[in-house]
Write a protein that binds this ligand. Structure first.
Ligand code: HEC
Ligand code: HEC
Ligand code: HEC
Ligand code: HEC
Length: 503
């Protein structure tokens, strides 16, 4: 077991900001011993000299956007916080300290959280799940600033050098390794380089770190400026890789489908990491992961670790080596996890909330069965379409009660009169993507049509409510539209020589 983490947050107040320019910023009350002399450059060891390695594993995600479950889509079936939890639990069993970070855009799902209340609800859920994952530090983006933002984010490990009221940097200590983490969001809010530099200086004044990483939720230009302006960093972690800077800028794909794993072996003073594609650390890292993920105690694998480690110590002495991998969260990581209780609670709470919204009056949905009588041709065509099979896909995935899937695989989810809890009644009326999933609630139609019954013509935005980037990455409106059963009915009608009235 790793010793519990030590948190040394530093608030960058106004006074502090004024002081940092030359002397560094230290809280007055601190009674810490004087700092050791600082080596600024990488120092090569003398021939034959082997320096003790300091090792750590830094994991990070970026752009998770409120995704809790593995993607249902067939294209990239990865992700899921439960799988991430299992990976982290496995890594934490190793004899190396593991740090868990996130580079922001974490809390809010684009399409599924419509109003402020829903955004806040999702953010609260995500922050609770992150607590369950023991997230050490993260750098919120402007999208993470939900209404009532700062209150919600305080005490969650949120750091930002450019936002007032937040620590800009923190030194985390675990297993004897001191990881400095700074955070920055956006690019427009003042001089990001100066702000990060000040935050790091202030944190170093309290506790020097073995390695500094910067969580940066910023565009490429800003990231490059940060890399050029902060040459003392070990690495910048975010959503995109960037080549050519003096400091490695490492990215991990969004939506939490992959976890970035940075293996570091420090043999020198703090400074940029030398990221190796192939080298002794690569083999050590791969072997470690294999041992961590083997279901039974892999003794043979474990016995190989010391010799691999010796090679790294020998060849890496005097350098700060790193190896980075992006681990897909695939079905190999399925199983019980530390998040199970939280996830179970979330499902119950979330479907209950949907049901209470569905119970709101006036109820607008009548279900597709009500349309057969007058639109039998549209109904017949629909009943063989993929939209009619949408609930079957959840049955196949054993996800029929999962509120992370139901909104797009049922009709009128969480809307007045629509689908709520997966009860027998709701299922018989509103499973799959029925007529009203695209045409909107039609209670009262056709009688009240002249009187303005809720009746919307499906447009691209209608489709995008479900065919979002995450679940339908290949969505192309004109092409997909041709696949909609109603469009096929209309086209068949037009081609047919039989007058439509007779059909
Ligand atoms: C009692 C018969 C009846 C029922 C039941 C009925 N409709 Fe209609 N619907 C009509 C009539 C009549 C029209 C207008 C005919 C027209 O203009 O082509 C119409 C028109 C429509 C239109 C086209 C409106 C437009 O803007 O051109 C849509 C879409 C539609 N209905 C969907 C539905 C759906 C979905 C249901 C089931 C929830 C449904 N209807 C139930 C009779 C019905
Ligand atoms: C309420 C959610 C929802 C809406 C709105 C919606 N879809 Fe879908 N759509 C789905 C789901 C879910 C599936 C997958 C069905 C399954 O499980 O097989 C799907 C499948 C499809 C497919 C079949 C894709 C394939 O690979 O065969 C097409 C085409 C399609 N939708 C087009 C559209 C278009 C065009 C619109 C807008 C006019 C639209 N959909 C609106 C949820 C929706
Ligand atoms: C935001 C809406 C949305 C959510 C949430 C969602 N899906 Fe889907 N799902 C879709 C759409 C849209 C498609 C069709 C994608 C396409 O063909 O382009 C789809 C397709 C699928 C398919 C493939 C069907 C096939 O064979 O073609 C499966 C399986 C699936 N979803 C399962 C799930 C599961 C399980 C969840 C919950 C973890 C989930 N979905 C959550 C919208 C969603
Ligand atoms: C995936 C979304 C989607 C679903 C589900 C869907 N429709 Fe449609 N519907 C459309 C679109 C898009 C159009 C416009 C078609 C066009 O103009 O080519 C349309 C058009 C119509 C029309 C009007 C056609 C006209 O003459 O203008 C009727 C009636 C209709 N749908 C009824 C239904 C009924 C009944 C169901 C359920 C059995 C249903 N739709 C399910 C998307 C959908």
């Amino acid at each position: 077991m790793m010793p519990p983490i030590l948190r040394l947050g530093v608030r960058v107040g106004a006074l502090c900001t004024l002081l940092t320019s030359s002397a560094g910023c230290r809280p007055e009350s601190s009674a810490l011993p004087p700092l050791p002399p600082k080596v600024d450059a990488l120092t090569k060891p003398q021939p034959g000299e082997v320096r003790p390695l300091r090792e750590a594993i830094v994991t990070w995600t970026a752009g998770v956007r409120g995704e809790v479950e593995a993607c249902g889509c067939p294209t990239v079936p990865y992700g899921g916080l439960d799988r991430r939890a299992r990976l982290l639990t496995a890594l934490r069993r190793l004899d190396v300290p593991v740090f868990t970070l996130d580079a922001g855009d974490m809390l809010v799902k684009g399409t599924m959280a419509r109003g402020d209340a829903e955004r806040r609800e999702r953010a609260t859920v995500m922050l609770d799940l992150m607590r369950g994952l023991s997230l050490d530090a993260w750098a919120p983006s402007s999208a993470d600033r939900v209404p009532g933002g700062p209150d919600l984010l305080q005490g969650t490990g949120a750091i930002s050098a450019t936002w007032p009221g937040f620590s800009g940097a923190v030194v985390l200590e675990r297993g004897g390794f001191r990881l400095g983490v700074a955070g920055v969001a956006g690019g427009g809010e003042g001089d990001a380089v100066a702000a990060v530099s000040r935050a790091i200086k202030a944190a170093e004044g309290v506790q020097p770190a073995d390695l500094w990483v910067l969580l940066a939720n910023a565009d490429r230009a800003t990231q490059l400026r940060l890399a050029r302006g902060l040459p003392g960093l070990g690495a910048i972690l975010g959503e995109h890789d960037l080549e050519g800077g003096p400091v490695p800028v490492l990215g991990v794909p969004d939506r939490g489908r992959y976890v970035g794993i940075l293996h570091v072996a420090l043999g020198s003073a703090p400074g940029p990491l030398r990221v190796e594609e192939e080298g002794p650390l690569t083999h050590l890292a791969a072997q470690r992961l294999r041992v961590a993920l083997s279901s039974d105690a892999d003794w043979e694998g474990q016995q190989r670790l010391p010799s691999l480690r010796e090679r790294v110590a020998g060849e890496g002495s005097g350098f700060n080596l790193a190896y980075v991998e992006r681990r897909p969260l695939g079905s190999d990581l399925d199983g019980a996890s530390v998040l199970d209780d939280r996830l179970a609670r979330l499902r119950v709470d979330s479907t209950r909330a949907a049901q209470s919204r569905a119970d709101t009056r006036p109820s607008g949905y009548v279900s597709g069965a009500a349309c057969v009588r007058c639109h039998s041709d549209f109904f017949a065509a629909w009943s063989y379409s993929p939209h009619a099979q949408a609930f079957g896909s959840l049955i196949e995935r054993k996800a029929t009660t999962n509120p992370e899937c139901l909104p797009c695989h049922t009709t009128g989810y969480g809307q007045p009169g629509g689908f709520g809890e997966p009860t027998t009644d709701n299922l018989s009326r509103f499973k799959a993507v029925q007529c009203e999933g695209c045409h909107g609630p039609l209670a009262g139609h056709p009688d009240t049509m002249g009187g303005g019954a809720a009746h919307r013509a499906p447009v691209e935005a209608t489709c995008l409510e479900c065919h979002d980037e995450a679940n339908s990455p290949q969505f192309d409106y004109p092409r997909y539209l041709r696949g909609v059963s109603c469009v096929q009915v209309r086209l068949a009608r037009e081609e047919s020589t039989v007058p439509p009235t007779l059909k």
